[in-house]
Design a protein around this ligand. Structure first.
Ligand code: ARG
Length: 457
């Protein structure tokens, strides 16, 4: 079993249990492709600097490219190594015994691992952004398919005011667009090369840090070698973004669960995304939504792990930092899978008009509209609020709806109330009457739908 640090030790010094305990290979094999790619760049840099002869460089690059291809085809299964870096090193040593002795020149695993993880984050942030976009597209399409659909909007989980179903869906699109912006921004902190930092102090060799950065597609070179090997905030930041997205998904899930269960019944989720009960034949369970909601817990924990891991850790590299990868990889995997599921699920959602309209039967939902009608007639809002409040109180005591009140009943509450009130007791009128930009007014909602459709093309 190849180690990267044999010289100072007697061959059999290490207790095999320690190797088991300390190996990260099961986790960091995820970095295999990035480690090969970044090692190729390192070898090319050493070649450009004349530290490796042309033939040595070519031989190493060939072997590394061969390994990379095997990794991509899933044909290479390393085992029994301390980490992925040692496993790759040993593979190269076997294939190119002489040149490989120079391959690690001017490089430490402390920077190598950070560089690999930066490449991993860059790639995975791109993937998450793509998945967010795909999910947004499905939400926009669902909104577009249901331009007229109305549901009760809720505050405090109490029916509050009628809103367009599309308005709710577009609120998710807006929310997710902030997530996408944050990933974009977090990506900038990942986009920095650390190669040339050495173990912590830099290198006495004439390495070309710009070359390494450029060749790996990084936009900048880390400006302090100690910070470069210690810095894990770019990871915590990415996972913070993942946690925020996971929390957003959990809220969307909660809405869709509520709105799809028989108690609400405003939407139906396609059978492909529901499961049945082993005991109760009538059940149609929203398991996918429950799992996405449930898994947000692990992403929040992963963020917590990454922060606690760094708390009070002395500069610079400490082996504790090996523990950063499991939470990082897990949270990316969880959010990617969740976003993919959500996009698929939303594509199967249908609006159910009858149940939605039934939920709007109680006309108290128009109380705010009546109060604003009174304001339009010059009544002070506070007075209007009192008037309509008294009206609702009376109706609920008598088990009446507002439309059951006669004109003279209305006049008893306020002289300003007239037959115009009856026209307000209608969900379509209610949404159409909204005037503020960003409101549930159907014209505003559909122009936002169109804008987003274009943006997401
Ligand atoms: N497996 C290690 C990690 O993930 C790689 C760096 C090890 N460096 C060291 N000096 N032991 O952090």
């Amino acid at each position: 079993m190849g180690k990267l640090w044999g010289g100072r030790f007697d061959e059999n010094d290490l207790d095999p249990k320690v190797m088991d305990f300390s190996s990260s290979l099961q986790v960091d094999r995820e970095l295999a492709e990035y480690d090969c790619a970044s090692t190729i760049v390192h070898v090319e840099m050493l070649g450009a600097r004349g530290i490796l002869a042309k033939e040595e460089q070519d031989e190493l690059v060939d072997v590394l490219k061969g390994l990379l291809a095997r990794i991509q085809k899933g044909e290479w299964e390393p085992s029994g190594h301390e980490d992925i870096h040692s496993a790759i090193q040993e593979y190269i040593e076997k294939a190119a015994p002489v040149s490989s002795r120079k391959m690690h020149t001017g490089r430490s695993r402390n920077e190598q691992v950070v560089n690999d993880v930066r490449l991993y984050c860059r790639d995975n942030i791109d993937r998450v952004s793509g998945l967010i976009k795909a999910f947004q597209k499905q939400l926009v399409l669902l909104a577009e398919r249901n331009p007229e659909a109305i549901i009760p909007g809720y505050t405090h989980l109490n029916r509050a005011q009628p809103v367009l179903f599309a308005h709710l869906l577009m609120s998710y699109v807006e929310m997710l667009s902030r997530d996408a912006e944050r990933f974009d921004d977090a990506g900038k902190r990942c986009d920095v090369s650390v190669m040339g930092s050495g173990a912590l102090a830099g290198s006495a060799l004439e390495l070309d840090r710009e070359f390494s950065a450029r060749r790996s597609g990084f936009s900048a070179v880390h400006s302090n070698s100690m910070d470069a090997v210690s810095d894990r905030d770019f990871m915590a930041e990415a996972v913070w973004c993942l946690a925020m997205t996971a929390v957003h998904l959990s809220r969307i899930c909660e809405d869709l669960i509520l709105y799809s269960i028989p108690e609400f019944g405003f939407i139906e989720i396609g059978s492909a995304y529901c499961t049945g009960s082993s005991l109760m034949p009538q059940k149609r369970n929203p398991d996918v939504l429950e799992l996405v909601r449930g898994r947000s817990a692990s992403v929040i924990s992963d963020l917590n792990s990454l922060l606690v891991l760094q708390k009070a850790l002395p500069h610079t590299y400490n082996r504790d930092l090996q523990e950063d990868k499991a939470p990082l990889f897990r949270s990316f995997a969880t959010v990617k899978a969740s976003l993919e599921m959500m996009a698929g699920l939303v594509g199967t959602v249908t609006y159910r008009e009858t149940a939605s309209m039934e939920a709007l039967d109680n006309e108290f939902i128009y109380a705010t509209d009546i109060a604003e009608y009174l304001v339009g007639k010059g009544v002070a809002f506070k007075d209007a609020h009192d008037i309509v409040g008294a009206m609702v109180k009376k109706c609920s005591e008598k088990g009446m709806n507002i439309s059951d009140l006669s004109i003279s009943d209305l006049k008893a509450f306020s002289e300003e109330l007239d037959e115009g009130v009856y026209a307000l007791l209608n969900a379509r009128v209610s949404v159409r009457n909204k005037k503020t930009p960003g409101s549930t007014n159907p014209k505003m909602v559909s122009s936002r739908v169109a804008e987003w459709k274009k943006k997401l093309k």
